[in-house]
Design a protein around this ligand. Structure first.
Ligand SMILES: Cc1cc2nc3c(=O)[nH]c(=O)nc-3n(C[C@H](O)[C@H](O)[C@H](O)COP(=O)(O)O)c2cc1C
Length: 339
């Protein structure tokens, strides 16, 4: 058994998996800004076990599990763990995917997605639909553990139509995953209501009553580390996973880091553009890159005009041109090149 890093930190702070966001490029930028005392685990985008187990499909999903050398170096330097998140319905494919990831790729752990609420994903019974199929969920955890010598965690929600935190948590705990992250909403709630952290308190209580040593992390709507610490105190959770909070503050996992200046934000935007282009070339649509621009082009004068211009770009040259114009207009030096 590889190191169970989920238990190595008290509390543990993690960057949430986000489809089309937390690829190797974005993780590298976040890792660079983060303090290893404030960020312990980062996750890949969710990756289909059907895809991984399919001879041709494997190439299509492979970029979700790509790790650039430059990201790898940062992970090692800072001692931050990288977890591959997978999803599907067939325990056998989870077993095979877990073996593939453990044997051929350098991840520190595997996380099973039992939370995604998107209807086209869950229609065959995967992700949050597993909440309605507890026996299959347990079989999937078991099979993944058999395929992986490392930690196998689960990320899930408080229910499907109804909140069933207690019965669902005890079902999961029976299969003994290494850690559980609970997002305080049901599938039906999607993201329409605030996350309910009272359910995280309930989940911790279930874990304690079952006398097992499985870390429980809470997730949902946390936007800063002080807020995360407050949630830990309030709920007894072992840690907090944060997703969208990094859109407002990419240096969120570095408490005390001064607010990013407009120049730093634009340097990051340029660095992201270069690294994205270098890493993905033509294999990812430029529209995916454009979505990140609003993270960086915000919170300073003329940011919305800049954002609007950037949203109409289709190439790295167009981005460069707009940033240069903006620099001239704002009398700001050029973004520094990627290191
Ligand atoms: C754009 C986006 C993509 C997401 N993709 C995933 C995913 O691939 N796997 C997953 O478990 N959760 C995914 N989530 C859910 C987040 O991991 C997290 O549970 C949710 O955003 C609530 O946490 P937050 O309020 O800190 O963002 C995604 C969320 C967003 C906004």
């Amino acid at each position: 058994m590889k190191e169970n890093f989920w238990k190595a930190y008290q509390p543990v702070f993690a960057l949430a998996p986000m489809e089309d966001v937390t690829d190797t490029v974005f993780r590298e930028l976040i890792l660079e800004l983060s303090n290893p005392e404030h960020l312990h685990v980062v996750m890949s985008e969710f990756t289909s076990t059907d895809g991984l187990c399919h001879e041709e499909g494997r190439h299509k999903v492979a970029q979700r599990l790509q790790v650039n050398e430059s990201e790898r170096r940062l992970l090692q330097e800072k001692g931050i763990k990288l977890v591959a998140q997978i999803w599907g319905t067939d325990p056998e494919k989870f077993y095979r995917s877990a073996r593939m990831i453990s044997n051929d790729m350098e991840f520190d752990g595997i996380d099973i997605n039992m939370g995604c609420p998107v209807s086209k994903i869950i229609k065959h019974g995967s992700c949050s639909a597993l909440i309605n199929d507890p026996e299959r969920a347990k079989a999937i955890i078991q099979a993944t553990k058999e395929g992986s010598p490392g930690p196998v965690s689960v990320k899930t929600r408080t229910g499907f139509n109804e909140v069933v935190t207690e019965s669902w948590m005890s079902n999961l705990i029976e299969a003994k995953p290494t850690a559980i992250t609970l997002h305080g909403r049901t599938q039906k709630m999607q993201s329409k209501v605030p996350a309910d952290w009272n359910e995280i308190t309930r989940a911790v209580r279930v874990r304690d009553e079952m006398h097992v040593d499985i870390p429980v992390l809470g997730n949902g709507d946390v936007e800063s580390l002080p807020e995360a610490l407050e949630k830990v105190k309030q709920t007894g959770a072992d840690g907090v996973m944060i997703g969208k909070g990094v859109f407002k503050n990419p240096a969120l996992f570095n408490e005390g880091y001064p607010e990013l200046t407009p120049k730093e934000k634009l340097d990051l935007l340029w660095k992201h553009t270069l690294l994205f282009t270098e890493t993905w070339g033509e294999t990812k649509n430029f529209a995916i890159l454009r979505k990140y621009f609003k993270i960086y082009a915000s919170g300073f004068s003329n940011a919305s005009a800049l954002r609007n211009s950037l949203m109409s770009t289709h190439s790295i040259d167009e981005v460069k041109e707009i940033l240069e114009m903006f620099n001239i207009n704002e009398n700001r030096p050029e973004p520094s090149p990627v290191s």
